[in-house]
Design a protein around this ligand. Structure first.
Ligand SMILES: [Cu+2]
Length: 109
């Protein structure tokens, strides 16, 4: 009985910590007007994934948007846009890096 109680206590602490973290994270939707196929999705996801402070990235190819959950203490939306632009894709008002774009697979240009 005692063990069951402490286990419940531990679970509550974990839940509180997880909830607390979720509250400090921010979510933003970034427009990706130039993505075309699943390769583009992969490239952008990889580019965003290398930044410290990214919690989760979901890319919708139909809507051409990325929903990014991030830690606002570590980075800003501009940092995320910059990383995407550097990988060869427009991100909101940030224009893609021409060099990176020219190196993308043919299906992505
Ligand atoms: Cu592509």
């Amino acid at each position: 009985m005692k063990q069951a109680l402490s286990l419940f206590g531990l679970a509550s602490i974990f839940a509180a910590v997880a909830f607390g973290q979720d509250q400090t994270n921010k979510e933003t939707i970034i427009n990706l007007p130039t993505i075309k196929c699943s390769m583009c999705v992969k490239t952008v996801k990889k580019a965003v994934g290398t930044i410290d402070g990214i919690v989760e990235t979901t890319i919708d190819l139909d809507k051409k948007t990325a929903t990014v959950k991030f830690d606002p203490v570590k980075l800003t939306v501009a940092d995320i846009e910059k990383a995407i632009a550097a990988s060869g894709y427009d991100a909101n008002e940030s224009k893609r890096n021409a060099d990176a774009y020219s190196k993308l697979p043919n299906c992505c240009q």
